[in-house]
Design a protein around this ligand. Sequence first.
Ligand code: PMP
Length: 464
Amino acid sequence: MSAPMNSDTLQAQWRQRDLDALWHPCTQMREHHSGELPLVPIRRGQGVWLEDFAGRRYLDAVSSWWTNLFGHAEPRIGAAIGAQALELEQVILAGFSHAPAIELAEELLRIAPRADSSAPLAKVFFADNGSAGVEVALKMSFHSHRNRGDDRRTRFIALSNSYHGETLGALAVSDIPLYRRIYAPLLLTPLFTPSPDAWYAQPGESARACAERAAQALQALLEREGDSVCALILEPLVQCAGGMRMYHPHYLKRARELCTRFGVHLIADEIAVGFGRSGSLFACEQAGIAPDLMCVSKGLTGGFLPLAAVLATQHIYEAFLDDSRERAFLHSHSYTGNPLACAAARATLDIFRSEPVLERNRHTAARMAALAAPLAEHPNVAEVRQTGMILALELVADRRSRAPLPAAQRGGLRAYRHALSNGVLLRPLGDVLYWMPPYCIDDAALQQLAIVTAGAIEAAVEGL
Ligand code: PMP
């Protein structure tokens, strides 16, 4: 009989098998092969904790790419998926339908943002991940203008520093050079308009005034180019992948007015900020606006399964009703509206219905603010900013001039490694450290997160 395997050996074996077979997303694989970037095979998850094969635990401070809401292995969502799997696992959604998709669509329309000044979201189209949802919204906007006889509208407006996904259409309306630049020859060229990002407020300028300045730039762009534009796409309130950059809701109000005035659709990409992340159920609510198209994904299934939904107004939907098949929206994905994913989403939304999630989050967010406050004093922290359950710290070389850390310092990587070896999964965006934990994080875990983050900051700036 062979001796029981030491748990560290087990972890190392899984790591090696991984490196022999897998190619990881958003990763320079050479850094894994060299050991510069540790690779962590995970055996199981429970609540805010991930556990590896050696029994080490990691606090998932990034909610596994911002998907998880109520903790890993949340039993109600898990049970809903299990029950659905034994009933109906998948059925084609063209010509056929099923209860989980219908009930989920009804619930999404019930909770979608509303405003007196614009038409409500009235129809739900399912896709199977965030980027695919963005593709759907872009194509729907373009095609609906065309179906209404407006052939001039062929372009999109996106914000500087935006991020909407990795597929070619979604990447085209994204503005993060690290992801976009290399593929630029393949991409549509949108019109970029300045982000209302309050980081760029001028001395003495309020976040609202900064948002107004960006709105005026948008207005000038629409006055020049509005006739050729299908839609403005934006991430409401927080540009997450762009470094958790935050802006005042005033911009959303103004963008809504301007889009209506110029006959341009407003696409709200709530993929990262939806489902309570921003403090309200949807970020658009904080500006009292409703978009023409809204994309949701990530938290939609509580972080269990890939699914996206695009909500559209009746006006957009009706533009496709015709005798001609070409005027129909023929976009499809095999797993569109998968019953298991819809069941997970229904269970997730049931939790919002039955528990005071947003109210609880307000307390958690206040604790996050209190625990992060001392970190704001650090000479290499230029800003601590927060929108609901997203808190970010911007690391710099010098807080007065806001000069960035030298690239060669690799501050973000140092912070990541420090956190990992202290039981926390922090995954900085460049030199921005952020907390975006599952909503079920308790006070002890938050305190641990704050202590490890303080150490991660020291690690990031060490030797400067
Ligand atoms: N839009 C936003 C705002 C996102 O943050 C993301 C993912 N980070 C996406 C779209 C793309 O979603 P997915 O990764 O599921 O394709």
